[in-house]
Ligand binder design. Structure first.
Ligand code: GDP
Ligand code: IMO
Ligand code: MG
Length: 434
């Protein structure tokens, strides 16, 4: 018996929400450890769809504890809105089933605004790089955290020291805003924003590292839910076209306060092809009818921003990198059904760079833009795999494709997903028992 860390092995939207929901039946606690409401995790249970951004996907299961760890950036307005939205869908959320780390950083409206100002400025001029962020204030909030001027959850309960903290935050932000030609923000406005949300947020506050330590000792099963994907990691991703947190499995420890020795099985959620939202390099991108086919069949539109996701062939070189940087034990291969009906399938096994063969994506932005994929080609299958619940239901060519993926990335398939529905999932190895 072990704990399980779920992370995305590509550029996000691999189907983490569905797999976390499926696995959470076997878990006691589900913990988010990085990112914020830039995530969009979709669960489909008996035809009803739930879209979660900040709340861990375990909240929809009665009797499970959901935790937002210290590594998450928490927008209190988004938190309240998501709780209210889920309650309308019949999911009751209270301190009985949700706890938030008292040392988690808050995203304020000034962060959201700054995110948008920067993206607009980069779109309208050659200064700055347009990232295509979700405009949720994620980057600016993490900057303040690392800059040691962030307001954290527990600060909402300490009205004596809060004004001094707001003062420090505004000294920085107003200088920045003056430089950008924006109006300054008043101390009163931020104090009012914070006091207006305090009563809704504070009941959930908890010393999470202590709670997880007690739970671990009593033998609770803990499931960690990553957001984004390894190629969006601030260190290991396609910088600067990345998010502002570490998304790799090691962050599950730092972002929750549980030691890395207790993490257990690392499950890399891996889409059977590749997608990306926002700007940045994408060697196997398909700007043709096959790319369009994948986008339409896979419903590749962002859960958070509604943007069209870019689509392309499976890139085994990238996932091989993720297997290494996360220490992936096994993968959950998702959306295999989207490939049904294609005559042939390509898999990228490496690249050429300026005429030379290389087996991994280089770190440099310029080189990443210049690599050309090297493909192998496999025969497709005509039969439908939608809703398959056992290997016996899969066509021989689909099994061949899965085996080829395993071999190229150097990790086994533990779970296989064949539709958005919770139970259309094939279990090969139970990550909690491995
Ligand atoms: P996440 O961000 O990793 O949780 O992924 P998203 O929820 O943003 O995007 C994955 C989308 O694919 C969602 O709409 C899921 O309902 C859907 N999905 C998940 N697994 C499968 C699958 O095996 N087949 C199909 N067709 N759709 C899936
Ligand atoms: P889930 O958890 C896909 C992308 C954005 C942008 C970059 C930086 O659903 O897989 P940010 O707002 O984080 O500063 O944006 O990261 N991005 C995601 N792409 N899935 C996500 O989350 C993402 N979260 C952020 O599109 O390119
Ligand atoms: Mg998503």
């Amino acid at each position: 018996m072990t704990n399980v860390v779920v992370i995305g092995s590509q550029w996000g939207d691999e189907g983490k929400g569905k797999i976390v929901d499926w696995l959470s039946e076997r878990a006691d606690i589900v913990v988010r450890f990085q990112g914020g409401h830039n995530a969009g995790h979709t669960l489909v249970i008996d035809g009803t769809s739930y879209k979660l951004s900040l709340l861990p996907s375990g909240v929809v299961r009665p009797g499970k504890m959901a935790v937002i760890g210290n590594g998450v950036v928490v927008d209190p307005h988004a938190l309240i809105a998501e709780i209210d939205k889920l309650e309308k869908q019949g999911v009751k959320i209270s301190p009985e089933n949700l706890r938030i780390a008292d040392n988690a950083t808050l995203i304020l409206s000034l962060h959201r605004e700054l995110d948008g100002i920067r993206e607009d400025a980069a779109s309208n001029s050659n200064s700055g790089v347009k990232i295509g962020t979700t405009r949720r204030g994620i980057g600016p909030a993490y900057e303040d955290k690392v800059g040691r001027r962030a307001i954290r959850v527990m600060d909402l309960a300490d009205l004596d020291t809060l004004p001094g903290k707001v003062e420090r935050l505004l000294t920085h932000h107003n200088a920045l805003r003056r430089g950008l030609g924006e109006s300054e923000i008043t101390h009163d406005a931020i104090m009012q924003e914070l006091t207006s949300v305090a009563d809704r947020v504070l009941p959930f506050r908890e010393t999470i590292w202590l709670m997880l330590d007690k739970e671990r000792r009593r033998g609770a099963r803990i499931l960690f839910e990553g957001a984004q994907g390894s190629l969006l990691d601030i260190d290991h991703g396609t910088y600067p076209f990345v998010t502002s947190s570490n998304t790799v499995a090691g962050q599950a420890a730092a972002g929750s306060g549980m030691g890395p020795g207790s993490l257990g099985y690392i499950l890399g959620i891996t889409k059977a092809y590749t997608t990306r939202v926002g700007e940045g390099p994408f060697p196997t991108e398909l700007n043709d009818e096959i790319g369009q086919f994948l986008g339409e069949k896979g419903h590749e539109f962002g859960t958070v921003t509604g943007r069209k996701r870019r689509c392309g062939w499976f890139d085994a070189a990238l996932v091989r990198q993720s297997v290494a940087t996360n220490g992936i034990t096994g993968i959950a291969l998702t959306k295999l059904d989207v490939l049904d009906g294609l005559d042939e399938l390509k898999i990228c096994v490496g690249y050429t760079l300026d005429g030379k063969e290389i087996d991994h994506l280089p770190a440099s932005q310029g080189q990443q833009a210049r690599v050309e994929p090297v493909y192998i080609t496999l025969e497709g299958w005509k039969e439908s795999t939608v809703g398959a619940r056992s290997w016996a239901d899969l066509p021989a060519q689909a099994i061949k494709y899965v085996r080829q993926v395993e071999e190229l990335i150097g990790a086994p398939v533990a779970l296989l997903s064949t539709s958005p529905e919770r139970d259309d999932t094939i279990l090969v190895t139970d990550p909690f028992e491995d």
